[in-house]
Ligand binder design. Sequence first.
Ligand code: ADP
Ligand code: MG
Length: 484
Amino acid sequence: MARYTIEGRTGAWEVVVGLEVHCQVITKSKLFSGASAVFGDSQNCSVSTIDAGYPGMLPVINQYAVEQTVRTGLGINGKINKYSAFDRKNYFYADLPTGYQISQFFHPIVTDGWLEVTRENGEVKKIGIERIHIEQDAGKSIHGQVKGKTFIDLNRAGVTLMEIVTKPEMESPEDAGNFVRKLRAIVRYLGTCDGNMDEGSMRCDVNVSVNRPGDGFGTRVEVKNVNSIRFVKEAVEVEARRQIDAYESGEPVTQETRLFDSDKLETRAMRSKEFAIDYRYFPDPDLVTLVLADDMVARIRDTMPELPDAKKQRFIDEYKLTEYDARQLVSEKEVAEYFETAAKGNDAKKVANWILGDLFALLNSEGKDITESPISAENLGKLVGLIGNNTISGKIAKDVFAIMEKKKKSPEVIVEEQGLKQVSDTGAIEAEIDKVIAANPDKVSEYKGGKDKLLGWFVGQVMAATKGKANPGILNEMLKKKLG
Ligand code: ADP
Ligand code: MG
């Protein structure tokens, strides 16, 4: 299929994107100290002497943080390196008390991963992942609380981050958004990062370049700290446009770091390459080589949960869903769980339709996610069951669904209380049909004279008379017979 391009004034341009994604690792304590890594403590209350950079303190690695990174590495099909090492990334900032961040520069723990994303047009694109390395987060500077003063909160200092660096293999805003969405689903399935971008537990640096079809890569510009999937897509879009405009106006594009302004939809220069920081990376002398025990890696491998792609395939095989529906349902672990609960003993395809249609529309309109759904999976399953065993029609089910949302009752109770049971009693339906026929002799003769379309009108009349409860199958059949 043709590659995505952006049309400039002077022709088409290709876009190249590479991402650096920082994920805060789910652990109880910090990467090199026993202080709590759990978000929400009072300021500076989860800080050890190690995090505060006291002289003479020595870091001790958190094994669980390492295991979480290994788990993530396996989740993105990466090579888990038995040997990796920690390096110091040196820079001065008030919220970095040691004057350096411990990271993995020369020998990261995971290399050579990949994951696949599905484009809107159905095409599957494999995106390479260069590396995952482990590093510490810095503290937080709080500006503007008191005029002229900046406060420092070190609770975040020393919390574990994984930095996931892709190859420059995404070709459009869509690819970049899909990659982040897929990666976020994977870390959530794994329980290694909560993926909450608006809270900053997952943030992206977006590298963008443009080139003419057939040419090599253009100069890369890095857009820092983009914190939602929509912003990632927009940042690629506007930065690519800016570069195209520059090239087409004969201005150079320089390698630099920029910031994305989501209100103005533009990127702004932050620092250029000449002012790039020299981090003077060197191996941290306080830490020995990180050696992974084979049995530890094997244990993690054996306890990996079912990930989105595998779950999608199982949904297709087991529940006979379409690829598209299965993909939507596995995009979040909680949605997949909801689906499987609701589908138990019911028509799975119908359940999928209700979730992806009516339920998602409802959740969207209320700004809720599936865990806050006013309709439980069990109840949605029961509703589909009631249609399946002909207790209610599909049309009445829509009404029951609306009542379920408001009343939080099971569909059986609602159907019972409101007398919504479908009338399948042929005698009762026949009586209504006879009444309609008797009251409309002109319509009957028109129908008999060849106006077949009138059948629908008769169905409507009888349906109205039974308040929509007549079993549509029986009604149709009977009407046809009666009208000859
Ligand atoms: P640095 O450490 O200086 O940021 P890296 O080599 O780690 O440099 O690359 C950072 C990111 O830039 C990677 O995600 C990579 O895929 C991406 N990248 C490299 N070249 C390009 C390019 N021409 N266009 C877009 N992204 C690129
Ligand atoms: Mg970088």
